[in-house]
Design a protein around this ligand. Structure first.
Ligand SMILES: Cc1cc2nc3c(=O)[nH]c(=O)nc-3n(C[C@H](O)[C@H](O)[C@H](O)COP(=O)(O)OP(=O)(O)OC[C@H]3O[C@@H](n4cnc5c(N)ncnc54)[C@H](O)[C@@H]3O)c2cc1C
Length: 408
């Protein structure tokens, strides 16, 4: 039997160490930050403490190769690490495996020249720099990057860029951006119009207009005005017209990395739902004894199980260098929606307490909402999943190749 759903001992050991690190270091640090809410000195002190300890404990940069100071874990192992770390707010950041830096590191590893790696990837890996990824624009649908209007013009010894971006996560405090801009007026395919650039921050012509205020507050998702920005010729990343390809290559594993973190959050919500149902008494019995509540628990448990299987299978395909687009698309859609449903059910079971800010559920709900449209909206994933299913059926007479291509 080749199918084995257990992790090898070395991954189990890493998972255990991440859990221990979160319990011993991250949770107390988060409590200290919460106690001194708004105090920047406390925040910086605790972040430095968490990151130093992660390095000392050999838990730094789990997703990067050892030559960059990382642990060299594959995507399956990362599922174990990320799901564990994401049960805390600062866990992924403490390990230097947070969005958008994690995706940017993968992108630079695969697309950057040696000089670019030295200048941009190395400081990112060492925790000396942070980065952002700037693609989405307010004027055109982010779901369709062929519409991007930010334009880069060849100006001899440099590129001259004008445009407008928004929802650029981590832009404040980032030392550089990977910026997607249009360079080709008449590409062979619409997808080949864009190129990627490495932009040093601060730079003249790169202006942070505001941190866009969202339904869950301000979280450093910025609006950026780009005016006459000059980018050196050697700062193009990948080649001319490769921007879409690079974005897609980045987004596949980055989408799954989000799923790994979301599944940790979904499990917390389900644990809270059950814990509350075991304690709350109404109409002659505990909530946990009522069939209506058991259905909520059962549906959530089944969904959590499906989420985990989908994530692990997609990660397995990435590790084996097999085509993973369908599996990542299905996992992204399913996990994002399950996360929203499970948190919503947990709030239902908590009643007014769930709606209050006395538990983390209200905040989790507001955070989870963006999962359904960022990094590919539900409908776009459904469109692609259906296309692949129809194509598989038309080609082979069966949908099986598009449904995970499993031996069943
Ligand atoms: C918290 C957060 C962080 C983000 N971080 C970044 C970042 O760091 N960098 C960055 O570049 N961007 C970032 N984004 C932007 C994100 O990638 C976009 O929101 C996303 O790509 C969708 O683009 P849009 O918002 O323009 O929606 P639109 O493209 O306008 O889509 C709106 C809706 O239209 C529908 N729709 C679109 N296409 C189709 C279709 N083909 N069929 C059916 N329905 C469709 C869907 O319901 C979709 O939700 C972030 C967004 C959020 C909320």
């Amino acid at each position: 039997m080749a199918i084995d759903f257990s992790f090898p001992p070395e991954i189990e050991e890493v998972r255990h160490r991440v859990r221990q690190f979160c319990d011993e270091i991250v949770r107390p640090a988060e409590a200290a930050i919460a106690e001194q809410e708004g105090d920047r000195a406390t925040l910086v002190k605790q972040v430095v403490h968490m990151r130093r300890t992660a390095q000392e404990r050999g838990l730094w940069l789990p997703h990067m190769p050892e030559e960059y100071g990382g642990m060299g874990l594959g995507h399956v192992a990362m599922a174990a690490v990320s799901a564990e770390a994401a049960k805390t707010r600062f866990g992924p950041f403490a390990l230097n495996a947070q969005a958008p830096d994690e995706g940017n590191m993968h992108t630079l590893l695969h697309w950057a020249t040696d000089e670019q790696k030295e200048k941009y990837l190395k400081p990112l890996c060492e925790g000396r720099a942070r980065s952002c990824f700037a693609m989405t624009e307010p004027e055109v649908a982010g779901s369709d990057p062929t519409l991007i209007q930010t334009a880069a013009v060849d100006a001899g010894d440099h590129w001259r860029i004008n445009g407008h971006k928004w929802f650029i996560s981590g832009a404040q405090g980032a030392q550089f951006a990977i910026l997607i801009a249009r360079t080709e007026d008449d590409p062979d395919r619409p997808q080949a119009a864009n190129s990627a650039f490495l932009v040093d921050i601060p730079s003249e012509g790169w202006e942070i207009v505001r941190d866009v205020h969202t339904m869950s507050g301000s979280h450093n998702h910025c609006e950026i005005r780009i005016t006459g920005l000059q980018v050196p010729k050697e700062n193009i990343l990948g080649g001319r017209g490769q921007g879409h390809l690079l974005g897609q290559a980045r987004l596949g594993p980055a989408r799954l990395a989000h799923c790994m973190r979301w599944v940790g959050q979904a499990e917390i919500a389900l644990n809270m739902m059950i814990d509350r149902a075991l304690q709350r008494y109404a109409h002659g019995s505990y909530l946990a004894e009522k069939q209506g509540i058991q259905w909520l628990i059962a549906d959530s448990t089944m969904e959590l199980y499906q989420c985990k299987l989908m994530i692990l299978h997609a990660a397995y395909k990435i590790d084996r260098k097999e085509d993973f687009k369908s599996e990542v698309s299905m996992a992204k859609h399913f996990v994002a929606n399950s996360l929203n449903r499970i948190i919503d059910r947990a709030i239902q079971v908590h009643g007014a307490l769930g709606y209050s800010t006395d538990t983390p559920l209200a905040d989790m709900m507001k955070q989870a909402r963006w999962a359904r449209f960022a990094d590919g909206a539900d409908e776009v994933h459904q469109w692609r999943i259906a296309q692949r299913a129809i194509e598989a059926f038309s080609r082979t007479g069966s949908v099986a190749p598009a449904a995970g291509d499993l031996p069943l």
